[in-house]
Design a binder for this molecule. Structure first.
Ligand SMILES: [Zn+2]
Length: 100
């Protein structure tokens, strides 16, 4: 990140949010990450459904808001999907750098 963030609402791009979601799995119920993820869900739910993780992310965020633990199977599934996406986005970023 090279340019300074605008002070009002930090806009994360979808890949950054995916990273946040991944970290969030380990630090469940961390308020900061939950807000970041939830904001992005509101603004940009198509991206999560495109990655096929919208349902899992919503489940986990929602459980957290009501102070319930998300089921391990949901977390495991989401973790699996995220690691698959990570591999894909590594390829994407390599391609983008070559295009420059
Ligand atoms: Zn997005």
């Amino acid at each position: 990140m090279t340019s300074p963030e605008p002070p009002e609402k930090p806009k994360l791009d979808c890949r950054e949010v995916l990273e946040e979601v991944y970290l969030y799995l380990d630090a469940e119920c961390s308020d900061v990450r939950r807000d970041v993820i939830r904001d992005h869900l509101d603004e940009c739910s198509p991206c999560l459904s495109e990655y096929g993780i919208e349902q899992e992310v919503r489940t986990i965020v929602h459980r957290c808001c009501s102070n319930e633990k998300a089921p391990d199977e949901v977390k495991a599934r989401l973790r699996q999907k995220l690691s698959a996406i990570e591999q894909v986005s590594e390829i994407f970023s390599e391609v983008a750098e070559r295009d420059r």
